[in-house]
Design a protein around this ligand. Structure first.
Ligand code: CTP
Length: 406
């Protein structure tokens, strides 16, 4: 289940060439089972037809404040009453100016003025218009009025120029919507998450590593951020884009990861170690490529530092420490052993042999084990699994439930 499933999104489209991108976003929202109602300004209709948005949203498109034939009387009031969130994308300089001044001269601007729901604005315009003092003042004002602005990107634009003012990427907008639709129960918390594998070099071209994709750790980072946390993500090499709004610290070896994590651990309220840290590394990394000799090759491996064990030793009071365990058998027993050996509050035990769990898939099935409970979660997306982990961690902050061992 996505955090957008069942959410009612009122989607305002204004007159910018970027309106064609909004059509895809309506489709994306639909795929996540959000319920979308579109309001278009007259200028927006010059770029994309209402029929396109009606087909993609599956709903009649609202266009006119004084449409007597429309089924909604007082549409400017009623439309936002039924919605969870109002998204305006693209938002032109003209619409921003109207919203800054409280002008309600078309259905969309009137809806905004009457809305009691979060309003998210995604500006898109030519760079000169974007950087103009009038637009920047309007932005300041709409923020003061409590509207949320998703910063436009920088890049080449339809007008042929390159610069700021490009409509933001959907990923950033989706994160903004999810943040506003979720309770901010991790607000004010500093959270550090580790993700991905580590690589232990053998020679200039080879390394030892494992199959971790980083998807679980990245899902934890995104979901924590949505719930209001200040997130630092220490990540081994993965093929995932950096999640928006998160401090990302890329590392390669277990030693790099240990250095990055231990240097920051004291200031963290919550640390989640979902990285698959290599337990062993080559005794030495050869400076020249190891050549074939016609014989086999024996590698001398030495143990890597156990970062989580070190964190468990130095943890401070009220700091919550969460570990992961990738197990093929005796899941609960192994989880309990590691929970106690590493001085943790919670351990998330992964079944690495399940067909839709473990490495490089988007779903997971885990057990959550604390000192006082053990709970098996159903097969879920990694984002939903992450949310369940945060639901549990959030309960640790009710004083009586902190299982601090320090
Ligand atoms: N971990 C770590 N540093 C290591 C190895 C593991 O911080 N050098 C952390 C992982 O990030 C994970 C937890 O320890 O949160 C459990 O890792 P796992 O490899 O499953 O457990 P081990 O304690 O290494 O035991 P084993 O490999 O024998 O199962």
């Amino acid at each position: 289940m996505s955090g957008l499933q069942g959410k009612r999104v009122l989607f305002g489209v204004t007159g910018s060439i970027a309106a064609y991108k909004a059509a895809q976003w309506v489709r994306d929202l639909g795929k996540e089972e959000a319920l979308v109602d579109v309001v278009m300004t007259a200028a927006a209709e010059k770029f994309v037809t209402p029929l396109t948005f009606a087909a993609l949203s599956g709903n009649h498109v609202h266009r006119d404040m004084f449409d007597e034939a429309a089924e909604l009387v007082m549409a400017h009031i009623n439309l936002s009453r039924d919605a969870d969130i109002l998204l305006i994308a693209p938002a032109t300089a003209q619409t921003l100016a109207k919203l800054a001044a409280g002008i309600a001269d078309n259905l969309l601007t009137a809806v905004v003025l009457a809305a009691h729901i979060p309003v998210v604005l995604c500006p898109a315009m030519n760079t000169a218009m974007w950087t103009h003092a009038a637009t920047q003042n309007n932005l300041l004002r709409v923020r003061q009025l409590g509207y949320h602005v998703v910063q436009p990107g920088c890049g080449s634009m339809a007008c042929g120029e390159t610069g700021d003012g490009r409509l933001a990427e959907w990923d950033c907008v989706r994160e903004a919507l999810l943040s506003l639709l979720q309770p901010a129960d991790l607000s004010g918390k500093k959270v550090m998450i580790t993700a991905g594998p580590t690589r232990e070099p053998l020679d200039p071209v080879r390394f030892l590593s494992n199959r971790s994709s980083g998807k679980m750790g990245y899902a934890l980072a995104r979901t924590a951020r949505r719930r209001g946390a200040e997130v630092t993500l220490v990540t081994g090499p993965v093929a995932l884009p950096p999640p928006p709004g998160i401090v990302v610290i890329p590392v390669t070896t277990a030693e790099d990861m240990a250095e990055a994590v231990l240097a920051r651990s004291d200031e963290m309220d919550i640390i989640v170690k979902s990285a698959a840290v290599a337990d062993f590394k080559p005794l030495a990394c050869q400076s020249l490529k190891i050549k074939k000799t016609g014989q086999g090759l024996q590698l001398d491996l030495v143990k890597n530092i156990d970062i989580l064990l070190e964190l468990g030793k130095k943890r401070r009071k009220h700091q919550v420490l969460v570990g992961f365990a990738a197990e093929s058998h005796d899941h609960v027993e192994e989880g309990r052993r590691k929970l106690s050996a590493k001085n943790l509050d919670l351990i998330v035990v992964n079944d690495i042999l399940g067909p839709r769990t473990g490495f490089d898939v988007d779903t997971n099935q885990v057990s959550l084990i604390s000192r006082s409970f053990s709970r098996q979660l159903p097969l879920l997306s990694k984002e939903d699994t992450a949310d369940q982990i945060w639901d549990t961690v959030a309960t640790f902050f009710n004083d009586s439930q902190i299982e601090s061992l320090s």
